[in-house]
Unconditional design. Structure first.
Length: 339
């Protein structure tokens, strides 16, 4: 068949494809997402969500974005109905779901291996009920990295060394205020945005930050001349994707959780690479005795914060089971006051 004879057939086929695409587009559910990215439109969170948009389209959603550099503003806009979807650090996301918001409990998740097991568990269909609370549902959990304590004096290694020191205390993280009070530190009220700036400007002696923040936030400014980073993670920070579940098509939430969970290893690789770029001279190695000291401080703090309803009790039990699965010889695995 010559090209000219095939032309009507090609035209009809092309038209049908275009009509099919148009029909599919008409059936998409339009959703607006409040994207929190402290860098802005060129930041990693916004770029990741633009890739996510492709999958969302396949699942029946037409996603558009409003980008915010302040997590508080993004959250308020979401609550006020400006957006249907939102990404937030786990500490702030706790107000929408206290179970997933407890992943950042101090000392509860010692390593990326532990975190991977937890995210995989929470992304399974069996955990669906835990992901939904009221009008909101968590439809994805991804790692930001372990939080390390940045100190302006390398002699600071254990909790007792921090007494009297100035530390940033996040407005949305009661645990930081509790630890400051427990250890005897001087709390300095801060936001996610300005906590690291205060450390760099020497307005505080201690702050917490992930390895990803070291280079873009120029953390070496606060570390010089005598500072360092305690090489023992105090907690894990995640980014959580939240949606008004009534707005999304059936099956969207589970597909989203599975997609994001499957990206975990690639994301951890980037996080570990960022930690490896930090000059060795800044890392403060601590003894096993010091690690045990920190672990006990964290454990007692988690139990106290559980009683204050800051942490979800069922979540803490899950995390303890994961820790004991990785290391059955831990004292807490048989302790009478275990979580």
């Amino acid at each position: 068949m010559s090209f000219l004879k095939r032309l009507p057939f090609i035209f009809i086929l092309t038209s049908l494809c275009l009509l099919s695409s148009y029909s599919h587009a008409k059936n998409l559910v339009p959703l607006t997402m409040c994207v929190f990215d402290f860098i802005g439109h060129d930041g990693p969170a916004h770029k990741a969500m633009k890739e996510y948009k492709i999958d969302a389209t396949r699942w029946g959603v037409d996603l558009s974005f409003k980008v915010y550099t302040d997590d508080r503003v993004a959250s308020e806009e979401f609550k006020n109905g400006v957006c249907d979807m939102l990404n937030l650090p786990g500490i702030r996301a706790r107000e929408y779901n206290d179970f997933t918001g407890s992943i950042n409990a101090v000392g509860a998740v010692p390593s990326y291996k532990h975190l991977g097991m937890i995210i995989k568990s929470l992304s399974s269909k069996r955990a669906t009920k835990l992901m939904r609370k009221g009008d909101y549902e968590v439809i994805g959990i991804s790692p930001i990295g372990a939080i390390f304590l940045f100190v302006n004096d390398k002699n600071i290694k254990v909790p007792e060394d921090m007494a009297g020191k100035r530390i940033t205390v996040l407005d949305t993280a009661p645990e930081t205020g509790y630890l400051a009070e427990r250890i005897g530190m001087t709390p300095v009220s801060s936001s996610i945005m300005n906590a690291l700036q205060k450390f760099n400007n020497h307005a505080v002696d201690i702050t917490g930050a992930p390895g990803l923040a070291y280079e873009p936030m120029e953390m070496y400014k606060g570390l010089e001349p005598n500072g360092g980073i305690i090489k023992w993670p105090s907690l894990q920070i995640t980014m959580q994707l939240i949606v008004r579940w009534k707005k999304i098509p059936e099956g969207f939430a589970q597909k989203s959780r599975e997609l994001i969970a499957n990206q975990y290893l690639a994301q951890i690789k980037i996080i570990e690479q960022s930690e490896d770029t930090i000059p060795e001279k800044y890392w403060i190695e601590i003894s096993d005795e010091a690690k045990n000291n920190w672990n006990e401080t964290f454990r007692e703090s988690r139990i106290a914060l559980r009683e204050r309803k800051v942490y979800n009790a069922k979540a803490l039990t899950l995390f303890r089971k994961v820790r004991c699965k990785v290391d059955p010889n831990l004292a807490e695995c048989t302790s009478k006051d275990r979580e």
